[in-house]
Ligand binder design. Structure first.
Ligand code: SF4
Length: 493
């Protein structure tokens, strides 16, 4: 099948379990000229930044297949035979080299003649290291990955790995994109890169300077997504609150996140908007006030905190202290008491003593937030934090993680409990899992109801009844309306 190259797609959230995840990911076929495989390798979905992860998970794997399909390639599931494998490496840890080797070896065992391409953060940061992995044909850096098709004209295995990368200091273009594999929600990329310098983070090195879409183009994409029948659009970016820099060479904010929110509110699109994640210092009071009276933006914020200790926040080089965070939460809750607020926290950062951790624990325990995403700190080379010798033993990091996980479960349960007896709108999804359908309310309560064909892909008014043993919430359906069903295509521009 020399002319039949296959695209498959693997999204790996936990690297050691990636085979397990394979069957659940989508595949598609187009007119076959060539087929390629996509392997998205994600070390951890959130560390160090939820907003970064959202764009990595949902956007790159969507943008690139579209370009390849236009070139005549076909994308298929990872388990199907493929001639080209594209491994999208979204994070860099000390384990990166080992994990990447493992995935390459797995692929070559299955398809010894497969052409292997590595893209993503690891490819941008450590191309030489990757080139030493046996069987890798090409490594594409941050800008070259968007020109991937031109590197796939000749799929003969290379004697030596080719590296095509650029200096990340060069201003990179913004590539807008949105996901379209799900009829319930779509992830719209509005911003990329980051100008911050958090001491533990390699994302600015891997993704380049902050740059954004324009409001005008965002509105066009929203209209296109809404026309497919999707009912929820999640706004994503590496540092979404920094939206508005259209020319990274000048750093000038031409538009602002607040203006974007206002513009999206005034569109005709019959959708709800959810903000994926926003830095606390960039979530301004005017935005909170606007969203509090919005008909389209849901009452849900995900605001990275990282530590409840000012000492650690300073060491992390975050751009706020805990008082600012408290102010944001207080403002949100005073205007939207039913609002769901989530936070990212990193435990085991170098120099985090028991006192610092206890301070964080107490801070989070008292804060009116609904859930935590807890991450165990892991060293990244080329970061300031990795040079800090006050290393926290791994077992201490794990113990702290577990303590905050338990706290998160308690907080979520408490938040859910407060929502019982209220009426909410839920977007019900399509998967019939053991006779049940699932969905999220506007304020991010995970709901479960008995499967019924007329509830698939519907917006339902529900009464929240009680918390199930699996942590979801049982509801009474008050009314429901099915979404318009449309054939979806990969979408970028
Ligand atoms: S530098 Fe800080 S704000 Fe920027 S992506 Fe990294 S953690 Fe997020």
């Amino acid at each position: 099948m020399k002319n039949t190259h296959i695209i498959s797609y693997l999204q790996n959230i936990i690297t050691t379990q990636y085979e397990f995840l394979l069957p659940s990911f989508p595949c598609f076929r187009a007119t076959i000229k060539s087929n390629v495989t996509f392997v998205t390798w994600i070390e951890h979905p959130h560390l160090p930044c939820t907003h970064w992860a959202a764009s990595s998970i949902f956007l790159n794997p969507l943008l690139l297949p579209k370009k390849l399909v236009e070139e005549g390639f076909t994308k298929v599931a990872f388990k199907e035979p493929a001639d080209v494998y594209i491994i999208n490496t979204c994070s860099v840890t000390q384990e990166a080299d080992k994990e990447c080797r493992y995935i390459v070896r797995t692929i070559l065992n299955r398809a010894p003649a497969a052409f292997i391409t590595i893209i993503g953060c690891y490819a941008q940061l450590k191309p030489e290291e990757i080139s030493k992995i046996e069987g890798v044909d090409i490594v594409l850096g941050a800008s070259e990955k968007f020109n991937i098709a031109k590197y796939l004209h000749n799929l003969d295995k290379k004697a030596n790995t080719e590296i095509h990368s650029c200096e990340i200091e060069q201003p990179l273009a913004f590539h807008s994109a949105y996901s379209s594999g799900d009829r319930t929600r779509s992830f719209l990329k509005l911003q990329d890169g980051c100008d911050y310098n958090c001491s533990y983070c390699t994302i600015p090195l891997a993704r380049g300077k902050s740059r954004s879409d324009t409001i005008e183009n965002a509105i066009k994409n929203v209209a296109k997504i809404a026309a497919t029948g999707v009912k929820e659009i999640v706004l994503t970016g590496v540092n979404l609150g920094d939206f508005g820099i259209s020319n990274p060479a000048s750093d000038e904010h031409i538009e602002s996140f607040y203006e974007l929110v206002q513009a999206l509110e005034s569109t005709d699109a019959d959708v709800r908007f959810r903000i994926s994640s926003i830095e606390p210092n960039l979530l301004k009071n005017e935005t909170i006030e606007f969203i509090a009276q919005s008909k389209k933006f849901v009452p849900h914020f995900h605001i990275p905190l990282q530590s409840g200790s000012d000492d650690i926040l300073k060491k992390m080089r975050r751009r706020y202290l805990r008082d600012l965070y408290v102010g944001r939460v207080t403002k949100i809750k005073s205007l939207m008491p039913h609002c769901c607020i989530g936070a990212d926290v990193i435990v085991g950062f170098p120099g985090e003593t028991d006192e610092h951790f206890n301070e964080t624990y107490k801070f989070l325990n008292e804060l009116d937030i609904s859930y935590l995403h807890v991450f165990t700190y892991s060293e990244r080379s080329n970061t300031l934090a990795a040079e800090n010798s006050e290393v926290i033993p791994i077992e201490v990091r794990r113990k702290r993680n577990r303590m905050l996980q338990i706290l998160s479960e308690k907080k979520l349960r408490h938040f859910y409990q407060k929502q019982m007896g209220t009426e909410q709108t839920v977007l019900l999804e399509a998967v019939n899992k053991d006779g049940f359908l699932y969905g999220y309310t506007n304020n991010y309560v995970r709901v479960k109801t008995e499967y019924s064909p007329e509830l698939v892909h519907s917006a339902a008014k529900v009464l929240l009844k009680n918390i199930n043993t699996d942590g979801t919430v049982a509801v009474d359906i008050i009314s429901s309306e099915q979404f318009q069903q449309q054939e979806l295509n990969y979408a970028t521009n």
